[in-house]
Design a binder for this molecule. Structure first.
Ligand code: C2E
Ligand code: MG
Ligand code: MG
Ligand code: MG
Length: 281
């Protein structure tokens, strides 16, 4: 069942260190086959309006269900994809299927933006701009409904270059989001230099809001920062109602987390939207 999110990820070896060519070639082949066969697929997690509970977006998250090894967590195989030189291949796949899902969602629920995760390492080359443009034109998806969540911003080596590339992506009509804000280096520097319209506070801070006044202080101030900069703040990793209430009290605009909805099939998101709009009304 593709909607089951309670699996224990299986650890697999990292191909980077030993640079074993044979291993890499077979890894490339496995990744390509898994993409083609649907073993690698997407789930979607709702982003909701904190005040009303209404669905205001979804994030596409990649999953790999390998018949031999079971579920492999993205944190593990994304690094492997990179090592095997398959990151752009995976990203094109995720973008394409994200846009197609976005169109299906639009037919069922109206215009709900779809967010796709883009590894910061892809911002070193302009080919990402061509890829996004090609996927948008191949799928016919409305660029204004596509959000690009930039992950691992600390890995951006050249902020000027990344800024120029993001400006081109933005010019296509897409929105740029900064993922995992607050963890890793260079967060504020990246926020200053790059054209973000959304920032996602890492769940590290959200999960501790209730128990740690420092975490609470950081969240409150990031909310102010977002307001000052005209950037929408999303709270990641909201696991319970108490946290959601604290976010509501702090006037956080958008939230996402297991306590609201788990990553699931598109069908489940559509059902969620129906229920959320009933209770919001
Ligand atoms: P992320 O983009 O920050 O995504 C949020 C992660 O937190 C997801 O893990 C999601 O399932 C999980 N999550 C959501 N709500 C909660 C919660 O309430 N509690 C807890 N404990 N976790 C929650 P996931 O799907 O395992 O993805 C991990 C990371 O892998 C993502 O972090 C993202 O950086 C990366 N990733 C996922 N899909 C893609 C992709 O298609 N491309 C790229 N480049 N990276 C991806
Ligand atoms: Mg993300
Ligand atoms: Mg995140
Ligand atoms: Mg993360």
């Amino acid at each position: 069942e593709k909607t089951n999110e309670t699996f224990e990820p299986i650890a697999i070896a990292d191909a980077a260190s030993d640079e074993d060519l044979i291993w890499n070639i077979s890894l490339q082949a496995r990744i390509d086959a898994a993409l083609a066969s649907g073993e690698i697929y997407l789930v979607f997690q709702p982003k909701v309006d904190v005040a009303t509970g209404a669905l205001i977006g979804v994030e596409a998250l990649v999953r790999w269900n390998d018949p031999a090894r079971g579920h492999i967590a993205p944190d593990q195989f994304i690094r492997q994809c990179e090592n095997a030189g398959r990151m752009s291949h995976l990203t094109r796949h995720v973008l394409t299927h994200g846009c197609l899902a976005g169109q299906e969602l639009q037919r069922a629920c109206g215009p709900v933006p779809v967010a796709v995760n883009i590894s910061a390492t892809l911002l070193h080359e302009r080919s990402i701009v061509r890829m996004v443009r090609e996927v948008l034109s191949a799928t016919g998806y409305d660029p204004r409904l596509l959000v690009l969540e930039i992950t691992e911003t600390y890995r951006i080596a050249d902020l000027d270059r990344a800024g120029a590339i993001l400006a081109e992506l933005k010019a296509l009509g897409t929105k740029i989001s900064m993922d995992d804000f607050g963890v890793g280096a260079a967060s504020l520097e990246a926020l200053m230099h790059l054209p973000f319209s959304e920032l996602k506070i890492d769940r590290l801070f959200i999960s501790r809001m209730g128990s740690d006044p420092k975490a609470m202080g950081i969240v409150t101030n990031v909310l102010h920062l977002g307001k000052d900069l005209g950037i929408t703040v999303v709270a990641e990793g909201v696991e319970d109602q108490k946290t959601l209430q604290m976010l509501r009290d702090s006037q956080c605009p958008v939230a996402q987390g297991y306590g609201i909805a788990r990553p699931s099939s598109l069908e489940d998101v559509i059902i969620f939207q129906g229920l959320a709009s009933q209770s919001a009304a």
